[in-house]
Write a protein that binds this ligand. Structure first.
Ligand SMILES: NC(=O)c1ccc[n+]([C@@H]2O[C@H](COP(=O)([O-])OP(=O)(O)OC[C@H]3O[C@@H](n4cnc5c(N)ncnc54)[C@H](O)[C@@H]3O)[C@@H](O)[C@H]2O)c1
Length: 368
């Protein structure tokens, strides 16, 4: 029998990522209900992607009351993730929630408790783990090629990349800016490569110098002009995270920064045997993986061609990360594969990012 899917939030990420991925999995799923507080969005989504007789709701409680739905997608702005995911898990649904898990660590804690009580499957939409370059680097880490990783950098740098759709610059709806929005992907990747989820302390600084001050004609924003008057979140954030085993991670995240670099969902690892650079998405060096090590007593930098395929289960570029994310999620629900993005891992990401904001606010180091 096909899984019956209910979608809550029919905006950008629903249309860009989940509708296309779920549409390609039509032999396994059908989208039977769509909810959005803007009814036209649910209506359009149902017409384009819904099964025959797909239902439309503006209140997510009504969607959750549909007994035949077994999987719910939570694709709303960040602050609503907690309330809706907790209710969905409580209603006995498997839940795919978009990143970040939650806007605060308290919310994330509530989601963890609801998940543990529910006995259901729960994951967070960190699709960057399913890029061919990320998969290849994870495998190299697991095979011990990098050795013990004791210094890492999680990069989420955009020179001018303020999202101008939705509510991304509204603190009350998103909880924060680039740190929680794109820094979350880079930190998730970095912790996963290191397989280290034990933070010891966090020191962070945030800035909001350009977001509220640059007039539209001087912004040069890749996503069109933003409104400086309503820009409430940080425009860049930087952090220094020590781990219990003594290793160190630095984080940089920006939507607006006068930097020459552009690298998102990127990670840089230094281990006892080799180093690795995952250049990430965007910029001139898109989705490259370099390994640096010593061979024949020489320093070499190896360009790992991850676009040509050859990584078990996760072939080359012809497969979208979003489609692999969807397949892994459905396989885990069907008991034929392991869940890759585990809730407790996403919880640690939120715990660290929340501490960066707390440290930036108080000017103090946060010790866990
Ligand atoms: N994985 C990624 O790379 C990625 C990329 C972009 C956005 N996201 C995440 O996806 C989420 C949504 O972002 P978006 O770009 O789609 O934003 P969006 O504003 O385009 O879409 C969100 C939709 O949710 C609806 N909504 C808000 N509150 C609701 C509620 N209580 N019940 C039902 N619908 C509600 C809005 O009307 C809107 O249509 C955010 O958490 C964001 O961080 C993830």
């Amino acid at each position: 029998m096909k899984h019956k899917i209910g979608i809550i939030g029919c905006g950008g990420i629903a249309n860009q990522k989940h509708f296309p991925a779920l549409s390609k999995a039509k032999d396994r799923v059908e989208m039977v209900a769509f909810c959005d507080i803007i009814p036209e969005r649910a209506q359009t989504a149902a017409q384009k992607h819904g099964a025959d007789g797909a239902k439309i709701f503006t209140d997510y409680h009504d969607l959750l009351a549909e007994n035949d739905i077994d999987i719910v997608y939570v694709l709303t702005p960040n602050v609503a993730h907690c309330e809706i995911s907790v209710a969905a898990l409580g209603a006995g649904k498997n839940v795919m929630c978009e990143k970040p898990m939650a806007a605060t660590v308290e919310d994330a804690q509530r989601m963890m408790e609801a998940w543990e009580k529910s006995g259901k499957m729960f994951t967070i939409g960190y699709q960057n783990r399913f890029r061919p370059d990320s998969q290849a680097l994870k495998r190299l880490c697991e095979e011990g090629e990098i050795g013990d990783i004791y210094y890492a950098q999680a990069h989420a740098l955009r020179r001018r990349g303020v999202p101008t759709w939705g509510v991304f610059t509204d603190k009350s709806k998103q909880g924060g800016g680039p740190l929680i929005d794109i820094g979350t992907h880079s930190l998730d990747l970095t912790l996963w490569f290191m397989d280290n989820y034990e933070p010891a302390s966090v020191t962070g600084v945030t800035f909001n110098k350009l977001g509220p001050t640059l007039p539209p004609h001087m912004q040069g924003n890749g996503m069109g002009p933003w409104d400086p008057k309503t820009y409430e979140v940080e425009d860049s954030a930087f952090a220094f995270v020590t781990m219990k085993d003594g290793s160190l991670i630095t984080i940089d995240a920006s939507w607006v920064l006068n930097s020459t670099e552009e690298r998102c969902a990127a990670s840089y690892l230094c281990g006892t045997k080799a180093g690795a650079e995952l250049t990430g998405v965007g910029g001139e060096n898109n989705e490259k993986l370099y390994i640096n090590k010593i061979m024949a007593n020489k320093q070499v930098k190896i360009d790992v061609n991850t676009q040509a395929g050859g990584v078990d289960l996760f072939p080359g570029k012809n497969v979208e990360a979003a489609d692999v994310e969807c397949k892994v999620w459905l396989d885990a629900i069907d008991g034929i594969g392991e869940l890759v993005v585990r809730p407790e891992q996403a919880f640690t990401v939120t715990k660290i990012l929340d501490a960066v904001y707390e440290s930036a606010k108080t000017g103090k180091q946060i010790v866990f």
